[in-house]
Ligand binder design. Structure first.
Ligand SMILES: Nc1ncnc2c1ncn2[C@@H]1O[C@H](COP(=O)(O)OP(=O)(O)OP(=O)(O)O)[C@@H](O)[C@H]1O
Length: 236
């Protein structure tokens, strides 16, 4: 019999709250957020502007500390980790894809992807980092654009470099914050399809923030953020 040991969920949070000071007052940005995303699952998070979606992503990435509650990512409790351990956790477990690509303009596609590994202090020799970076760029269909600067790439191609950079460490979880926000409908749709096929091929979970209901509908499941509270989207 083919027995696979159960895998920990990609994300499991319990009672997350985030409060931030704003002048004299305090903003309660995340309110008792408890949810799970299973390993390999692709989940879209929708909700109005300012409802707390990006803040949740920042907490899950360990880039913002929750005021209370707990977060486990792929079995690692990140709530109490110090900065060094958080950096290791991001290197080994997470991929992050942003809306605005955040590519370095003076570096080629290949150098941009390699840089992510170097910043993360990946201990492998340079030749192996280069090989892994080429493989990631090939996976997003840019094997023939390795030496191009971002300015010589289309918006969709630049976002694919961003995606290659996010998956080059073969993460268990990809966090994507409006990755199609700057792209036209057709190009955005292709990026989403690519994210989904990479998720299937690599058994990678994805939490994808999007304002586009058509893109969200492609996910396995939808969650909705409203005023800092996260719930299953009823009509999805
Ligand atoms: N560092 C901060 N200091 C003060 N307020 C903040 C900070 N970060 C976020 N906020 C506030 O928290 C709320 C939630 O912001 P967040 O960016 O998480 O929303 P969002 O749902 O991602 O919005 P959008 O869809 O427009 O990106 C907003 O009211 C925002 O102004």
């Amino acid at each position: 019999m083919d027995f696979k040991p159960p895998r920990p969920p990609a994300i499991a949070t319990e009672g997350l709250n985030l409060r931030l000071a704003s002048g004299q007052s305090e903003l309660h940005i995340l309110r008792d957020v408890t949810f799970r995303i299973e390993a390999g699952e692709v989940v879209a998070v929708v909700g109005p502007s300012g409802s707390g979606k990006t803040s949740l992503l920042m907490v899950l990435a360990g880039l913002e500390r929750a005021t209370s509650g707990s977060v486990e990512v792929a079995g690692t409790p990140i709530t109490g980790l110090d900065e060094d351990r958080l950096a290791l956790f991001r290197r080994d477990t997470l991929g992050i894809l942003f809306q605005n690509f955040h590519l370095i303009g003076s570096m080629t596609a290949l150098e941009n992807v390699m840089l992510a590994l170097e910043i993360a202090e990946d201990p492998r020799p340079l030749a192996e980092l280069e090989k892994a970076s080429k493989t990631a760029l090939e996976a997003v269909g840019l094997g023939d654009r390795l030496g191009h600067l971002p300015s010589a790439l289309s918006g969709g191609e630049q976002q694919r470099v961003g995606l290659a950079r996010a998956i080059v460490n073969r993460p268990r979880l990809l966090l994507a914050d409006e990755p199609t926000g700057n792209l036209d409908q057709a190009t955005g749709g292709r990026i989403i399809d690519l994210i989904f096929s990479l998720a299937r091929e690599n058994d990678m979970a994805v939490m994808l923030i999007t304002h586009d209901p058509r893109l969200a509908a492609k996910a396995d499941r939808q969650l909705e953020m409203a005023c800092g509270r996260l719930g299953e989207r009823a009509d999805a």
